[in-house]
Design a protein around this ligand. Sequence first.
Ligand code: 8YV
Length: 319
Amino acid sequence: MTATIVVTRKLPDAVEARLRENFSVMLNPEDAPFTPARLAGALREADGVLCAVNDIVTPEVLGAEGRRAAILANFGVGVNNIDLAAAKAAGVIVTNTPGVLTDATADLALALILASTRRMSETEALLRRGEWDGFRPTAWLGTGLQGKTLGIVGMGRIGQATARRACLGFGMKVIYFNRSPVGPFDFPAEARDGIEPVMAEADVVSLHIPGGVENRGRISAALIAAMKPTAYLVNTARGDVIDEPALVAALAAGRIAGAGLDVFAEEPKVPPALLDIPGVTLLPHIGSATLETRTAMGMLAADNLIAHFSGQPLPSRVV
Ligand code: 8YV
């Protein structure tokens, strides 16, 4: 019998077509976010659910009476939207989409590094407001990257891809902290024995640690205070890995030079104070947002579902 799958968000056409070929599939063409009740309903109606970062899968959602779904195929490498312990306890399989979004996310980290150090957001906004009064040799000076130090916190796939680009493409020196030993790499990089030395030494810090309970607030007020006043902080990981109020306070007081943020602690809410701080680039969680990458992510989620329902090993199982 064909398995029934609920897909919580609109996905690229090729992915939806593949899901239709393999499953009895309930799509979401309006792309309306699921409420917790609708999500719990999906777990009751379907054998599997393909969900995304803003579907918050709580113990209550997993424990809803009459649950039928045995697999959650998450669209994304980060699974901090799912209570993994509760999924494990409930016997629900969780899969993610590692690897296929590494390049797109590293590209965006570099874009944020350039945007913040070259003041792109504030200068473009000024131009759009019609306030550009012509070239001036000393206006809108930013910071060059060549010879500067990039500090990577979390040297996994995306951290390494970001470091490689910055080192080989922009001539940056790379230092990093990773929980477990990693390397060697095909570019020079020096390990540090904690996050603090990376934050203190780097001219640009780029975060690549997973979100979720274990890393919530990991980039604390004290670590932000350890940064150089000339340094920039870039985050393409998850908003809640930073003590967001502490970051906003540091930026507002000019205690660090700037930030490039693609993720926020309570998306889609962005701390209002950030909107008024020049030198900060703010993006709406678009790290993996290319058609190629979003298609590859959807295909990998589909691969996991197809493997599960045909009794094959799952390509990327988390729980
Ligand atoms: C996804 C992401 O687009 O994969 C991740 O962890 O942050 C993004 O690239 C997002 O998770 C959508 O579900």
